[in-house]
Design a protein around this ligand. Structure first.
Ligand SMILES: Nc1nc2c(ncn2[C@@H]2O[C@H](COP(=O)(O)OP(=O)(O)OP(=O)(O)O)[C@@H](O)[C@H]2O)c(=O)[nH]1
Ligand SMILES: [Mg+2]
Length: 235
């Protein structure tokens, strides 16, 4: 019974694994242009830290990274990202606080093209999924990306805080209406939360978890393994 239950849970977590052009099953990142990853989520889930962690992982693979500081809203967000850029060795493209995030994204994509970078990671402002204007702004960012890249970003990663419980499902549904989410990053799994909410999200929205965050340092990011995750739940 136990093994059958585990298998069933793993199957749920493997839903949607074909999604995305970089981390999907076929794993075919574009080779004629930089990959584009848009990172979204509500306030404080760990977006900026996860951008830094991803940048670090790409750098370790010998790839060059451009980061777009498209959170022009929160005070100190740009400085936070710039200092991560220094730590992990990524170029951060930023405008002033209050600037149009779409313009930052456009510039970052242009810079990545001219520098022949391997990947552009776009850090966006935290936004409440219930606030219409903020969600609209995200739609605008998506349209700016599509102006340069008609097929849209290669991955749209929604960052979920594992400790938020059922609300994560509500967040995922609201974001998915504005941007096509292709990947989940589940953060703060180093705390007491077991992250059981990902079963509901994977099952109802067919979005695969790609990464888990287990701390505040750049190396605290692990590719998600459904089998290991389910085993850990049963321990
Ligand atoms: N323990 C732990 N803390 C994390 C993890 N990821 C992020 N944090 C912490 O969570 C806090 C918020 O992280 P940020 O990366 O600034 O979150 P954000 O989503 O960018 O926040 P906003 O831009 O304000 O919406 C920071 O104190 C991070 O160090 C994680 O995996 N584990
Ligand atoms: Mg942030």
């Amino acid at each position: 019974m136990r093994e059958a239950l585990k298998d069933a849970l793993v199957d749920i977590l493997r839903a949607g694994t074909q999604k995305g052009r970089i981390w999907g099953e076929e794993d075919s990142p574009p080779d004629d242009r930089p990959s584009v990853v848009l990172i979204v989520g509500v306030n404080g889930t760990g977006k900026t830290t996860s951008v830094a962690k991803l940048a670090q992982a790409y750098r370790e693979d010998g790839e060059s990274v451009v980061v777009a500081a498209a959170d022009t809203f929160r005070a100190a967000a740009i400085e936070q990202l710039k200092s991560w850029g220094d730590v992990v060795g990524a170029d951060v493209i930023a405008h002033k606080q209050g600037a149009d995030p779409g313009a930052v994204v456009f510039d970052a994509m242009s810079a990545a093209e001219s520098r022949n970078a391997d990947v552009v990671l776009i850090d966006t402002a935290g936004r409440l999924h219930t606030k219409f204007n903020l969600m609209e702004e995200l739609g605008k960012i998506r349209r700016v990306i599509e102006r340069k890249l008609p097929e849209g970003p290669d991955e749209v990663m929604l960052v979920l805080d594992a400790t938020t419980g059922q609300n994560a499902l509500v967040q995922a549904k609201a974001f998915a209406e504005v941007v096509p989410i292709t990947a989940l990053c589940l953060t703060k799994l180093d705390g007491t939360s077991k992250g059981g909410i990902v079963f509901a999200v994977s099952d109802q929205l067919q979005i695969p978890v790609r990464f888990i965050g287990t701390g505040e340092q750049p190396e605290d990011l692990t590719p998600f393994d459904a089998g290991e995750f389910v085993d850990a739940l049963f321990q």
